[in-house]
Design a binder for this molecule. Sequence first.
Ligand SMILES: Nc1ncnc2c1ncn2[C@@H]1O[C@H](COP(=O)(O)OP(=O)(O)OP(=O)(O)O)[C@@H](O)[C@H]1O
Ligand SMILES: [Mg+2]
Length: 329
Amino acid sequence: MSAQQATSAKAAGGESSAVLEVSGLIKRYGDFTAVNAISFQISAGEIFGLLGPNGAGKTTTISVIATLLKAGGGSVSVSGHNARDDSMAVRKLIGLVPQDIGLYLRFSAWANLEFFGNLYGLWGRPLRQRIEEVLEIVGLTGSAKKPIVTKFSGGMKRRLNLAAGLLHKPRLLLLDEPTVGVDPQSRNRIFENITSLAKDDGTAILYTTHYVEEAEALCDRVAIIDGGEIVVCDEVPKLLAQMPGVAFTVELAEESVAFEASVAKQPGVSEITRVDGNGYRVVAEDQEQGLAALLATAREHQVTLAGLDIAKPNLEQLFLRLTGKALRD
Ligand SMILES: Nc1ncnc2c1ncn2[C@@H]1O[C@H](COP(=O)(O)OP(=O)(O)OP(=O)(O)O)[C@@H](O)[C@H]1O
Ligand SMILES: [Mg+2]
């Protein structure tokens, strides 16, 4: 066993259910550090989300795990196999669904799946059977023999991309923003597929996204990544519990200089920040206190509320609070 494997086995510390173990992973492009010492683990049957804005380092992380890029430091191991020393073993254990659709658009869905199956070492009858299974999983059975994939919708191409990653029944599935450009129906279908792969088959899933709604709805645990670093990582309910109270977005019909200072002094109000125009973002301990504070202040200063929106805490607000930036520009 190499020193690196020994370290990685030790870091796993007998947690044999960890399918993926990423430890202190660093990746640089020249002088630029795209991934800066990140660590996380994913267990069998777990859906783990990597949530972050453009350029956060999600695809780079996935590419190192998939052995397409070499780490500049730290380690990645999949079911105990080190990605650097044992990349062939790792490749057999993972399914990669890349961010950019990797299909041969001039061939049928069936021919694409045969091609990818051959790459995974599957041939003949077992391959044909498995192609039928994965087509069924992603709901493309009826379209498999259509002459060319070019005529598929964006959602169908994404689902075929997913099917290609499932052919060899991977223990770890790497999904890089698999729902971008997908219609809601296909997206729901992809969500159902992912959930069933995790919960019924025990597949460990790494899911990258910049959509908070997706991370909250789908993932058991989420790591928020920004500038190549994990800002926070926990179960979704625990992350949401870090956010205080309720957030309001309020729009005044006309400018009022005194409004902001006055709301800030009201009981139960913890934050008020100006957003665009005459809008404010207000965080209060609970909904009732927040509403009371806004209405009382509006009455006191004789300003009309032109708009009022109440939002339960979400990961978007947590991201804003932790990084001072919006998740989406
Ligand atoms: N081949 C490369 N050479 C130099 N810099 C790169 C390369 N690939 C990525 N980067 C940079 O590394 C950072 C992380 O990129 P990465 O693609 O991992 O981000 P991402 O989180 O996947 O973003 P997106 O949501 O846009 O897909 C970015 O600043 C990007 O510009
Ligand atoms: Mg990416």
